[in-house]
Design a protein around this ligand. Sequence first.
Ligand code: GLN
Length: 409
Amino acid sequence: RLKEGRALAEDVWSIYNAANLPADCINLGQGYMNFAPPQWVTEAANTALQGVTENHYSHPKGRMRLRQALKNQYSPLFNRELDVETEILVTSGANEGQYSVFVAFLETGDEVIMFEPFFDQYLPSITFNGGKPVYVPLHPPKSDLKKPTSNDWTIDLAELRAAITPRTKMIIVNTPHNPVGKVFTREELEGIAALAEEFNLIVMSDEVYDCLTFDGQEHVRIATLPGMWDRTVTVGSAGKAFAATGWRVGWLIGPASIIRPTLAATTRIVFCTNSPLQEAAAAGLEQADKRGYFATQRAEYTERRKILTDAFDALGLTYSLPLGSYFILLDISKVKFPDNYPFPQSVLGRGRDFKACWFIALEIGVSSIPVSEFYCEEHASIGEVFARFAFCKDTDTLNRAAERLQKLK
Ligand code: GLN
């Protein structure tokens, strides 16, 4: 299985890793912050490190304090009293949680539908477990739109229906979406939900950017739509919520029928998630609302987003204004670079966007991620016109990046 397709190729995060780029290159590539978690969260981490049980294995379901904090935070959002024993599972990052769902549910040849572009990790996670990815397009904004937003990327429910076969096991929903930033509307999610019900499919809803929606956009959880709780597992992440992507603390919320087998998988993969940072994530959730933390964070990200969009406007380049997540897709089809530029081996032989991103990183000093990686090999050319810029950085850094990017003129 590891020999198939891109599985053994160097992944995009490693190619554009800060370690491979000049030290002074501003990193707007992989989505992580260049600032620390809030102090009241890191203090909880420090305290946990002084403890005894906090430094040892936690229950594979997760430490009770975190499960309790998740229950308190999410029960109102799911319109139900979540059960800390059967409906919440702490995982070693969202990635591992998703992987464990695939381990638990996929049989060889089972098909998993995802909207394309998709977060790259889904593809190998499915194929490593014998599944077959099936792609349904997220259609890019119509080219005559002057100021497209991420929500001008659209789905066609007829195409989704046509992709369903007797082997379809699961649909992946990702809202807010990486890399597009789309926040799926209630109507779109109702359409997906109706098909999931009609064909008895599991929905894996990756909502790791749930705290990052902008311009009053409502984050709708597909699990809360009528009849959907029983077939949906929702994925969450402390990394995005508390600027702590290296903690590898995530969670799954769903019915016991999905959490129970997934717990069995996660127990055998990692046994449990690191204990001290579960305490810190719990402290974060316990205090976030009373500190107005998520509202402040949304306002800060709105400001960060504007620094980049102003820079792109000044350049006259097209982008989709993201209504969620911390990524902006920029149309780089007009960005020129010499064909004979000394590209590294990992970039040669990949799409035009890989070269453009490499050139922009080395010559302009700002890194980004080529978007063809978020398409299957067959459809990669659709993604080649975009580079993804992350704005989860402090405003000084974004201002410096914005200034450098003007050299693209
Ligand atoms: N979610 C992060 C991003 O899209 C990176 C994830 C990863 O490194 N696998 O940038």
